[in-house]
Design a protein around this ligand. Structure first.
Ligand code: FES
Length: 277
């Protein structure tokens, strides 16, 4: 019997590649992955041409949207920032190229049982993982507020999409080119107070997630963050993605980000021992 909730490995076909600010937005026909998707999960993709096979580690990409059915079957969407050899290869994909991918992987965001006030904090391209989450929360009648931030306008993702998914959207940029000038960490306390958020979800850099977790705790809210560490395999096999946490028993330990995360309670992470990839 096959597990219809577990990850699958498929050869996806690239349907569209769009430039979105500083990023590339990929839509890939990937039957099986879209149907199993839950917000917060990711795919591990093989980077480089298969013949001759290049020796690059796989890349983990957040799934930023799915369509379980469509003209080309089930599709998944991902956003790539080309900042290294592997991501440059991914950003250079074109329509009808093929992409080996395994997913969905990782633990999804936990959804509240009741309709509570939720603040979703997204930085740069990582914010993409929050859009399908916002949809799910809205279906549960949660009041969704989004706070999006980036260094500048080209690196700000989805401010317009956010207005469809959230009751209100605030934007901060480091250079003040869109929204207020500043950082997410600076904007957080005021928004936590004004929204009375019960739950805070975060996606972004390690320092930003640390700030999200700390601000949520200070405010008395519960936080869940999508932690981004380097994940050489993405499937739990290589032990190459250490994530220092505090267990339920209060004892510090190291878990695998790809298997026990990447979404994890903000108050469980030992932030000062974690370095950005
Ligand atoms: S990336 Fe290999 S175990 Fe997590």
């Amino acid at each position: 019997m096959t597990d219809d909730r577990g990850p699958v490995h498929v050869t996806g076909r690239v349907l569209t590649v769009k430039k979105v600010g500083a990023y590339r937005h990929l839509t890939v026909a990937a039957p099986g992955i879209a149907e199993r998707f839950r917000p917060g999960t990711f795919v591990a993709v093989t980077v480089g041409d298969l013949t001759p096979r290049t020796h690059l580690a796989r890349r983990s990409l957040w799934i930023t949207g799915v369509r379980p059915t469509g003209a080309h079957g089930a599709t998944v969407e991902m956003v790539v920032e080309a900042n290294g050899v592997g991501t440059q290869w991914l950003a250079g994909l074109a329509q009808d190229d093929h992409l080996e991918m395994t997913g969905p992987l990782g633990r999804p965001f936990a959804l509240p049982k009741e309709s509570v006030a939720c603040l979703l904090v997204g930085e740069g391209y990582s914010a993409g993982v929050l859009f399908p989450l916002a949809e799910r929360l809205r279906e549960r009648s949660c009041v969704v507020t989004m706070l999006l931030g980036a260094t500048d306008e080209p690196h700000l993702l989805g401010a317009l999409d956010a207005r469809r998914s959230a009751r209100s959207v605030s934007v901060v940029t480091g250079d003040g080119s869109v929204g207020r000038r500043g950082t997410l960490a600076e904007a957080l306390p005021e928004l936590l107070a004004s929204t009375g958020a019960d739950v805070v979800y975060g996606a972004g850099s390690i320092p930003t997630l640390h700030a999200v977790a700390a601000a949520a705790e200070h405010h008395g809210a519960w936080s869940q963050v999508a932690v981004q560490v380097a994940q050489p395999c993405g499937t739990g096999l290589c032990q190459g993605c250490p994530l220092p946490v505090v267990g339920e028993d209060g004892v510090g330990r190291v878990v695998r980000a790809c298997a026990e995360g990447p979404v994890i309670r903000g108050d469980r992470v030992r932030w000062t021992e974690l370095v950005s990839p």
